[in-house]
Design a protein around this ligand. Structure first.
Ligand code: APR
Length: 234
């Protein structure tokens, strides 16, 4: 299927795109994320119950970012944004910074970012590279109320109006490495125009596979560079 040469593109990425960089996905290993059930570490209730455990968990995830690099799939998407004549919006569910480090500029991190902290007292969101478990004071207001800038289960994802606006106008929607079980991300393909080209890239057909017209089955580092080449050379 052809799309207009300047069609707008929305790419949705999930944990699968970072798997080959060495970051674990959420739903492998029996549903544990780095040894924890999501309810233990990724809900506001968990944070209220055991803030130190939750802070330590995200501190470890933040430190882990220093040990990994963007892979060929992240790099290919940065090239797509740079070379495609139309608009490209990259919506990621990932909280790592690999898209940015690969060179993507228009990245909407709908589930937050490990390399940011947010103050629960004054609401300031700030770049953050260090651990939060020692409860450092907020640089803006001094309160010891910093938390990871992460959207936990039960909280509203970031940027939804912008995301739905872009999705409702796109000519191509591509989902890469996401299992399609967490909403609203899993519902985005259903909000594309009827005429849109829709492609799923995954190691296997995901639980939302039927909502896509095309499927590319294989590892992101192999499939995504090929797909980007195809789009740019069409
Ligand atoms: N290439 C392509 N796809 C892959 C690869 C790979 N190398 N490795 C794994 N996958 C696919 C898996 O088949 C799976 O469908 O990536 C998907 C990863 O799914 P999840 O672990 O469920 O991750 P994701 O869909 O991003 O999770 C969504 O759930 O816990 C929350 O907030 C968290 O953002 C996360 C959300």
């Amino acid at each position: 299927m052809q799309i207009a040469p300047d069609a707008s593109i929305v790419v949705l990425t999930g944990a699968g795109i970072s798997a080959e960089s060495g970051l674990r996905t959420f739903r492998d290993a029996g549903g544990l994320w780095e040894g924890h059930r999501v309810e233990e570490v990724a809900t506001p209730e968990a944070f209220a119950r055991n803030p130190d455990l939750v802070q330590r968990f995200y501190d470890a995830r933040r430190r882990q970012l220093r040990t990994v690099e963007p892979n060929a799939a992240h790099l290919a998407l940065a090239r797509l944004e740079q070379d495609w004549p139309g608009e490209v919006l990259l919506v990621t569910q990932n909280v790592d910074d690999l898209h940015e480090r690969a060179g993507s500029r228009k990245v909407l991190s709908m589930h937050g970012e490990l390399r940011k902290a947010r103050c629960e007292a004054c609401r300031t969101v700030m770049a953050w590279a260090e651990d939060l478990e020692p409860r450092p004071p907020c640089p803006a207001c001094g309160a010891r109320s910093l938390r990871p800038h992460i959207v936990w289960f039960g909280e509203e994802p970031l940027g939804l109006p912008t995301i739905f606006d872009a999705v409702s106008r796109c000519g191509l929607f591509v989902a890469i490495g996401t299992s399609g079980v967490v909403y609203p991300a899993a519902g985005l393909v259903g909000a594309t125009p009827r005429s849109a080209r829709t492609i799923e890239v995954n190691l296997e057909r995901s639980s939302m596979a039927n909502a896509f017209r095309e499927h590319r089955v294989g590892p992101a580092t192999e499939v995504v560079p090929g797909l980007v080449r195809e789009l740019l050379e069409a």
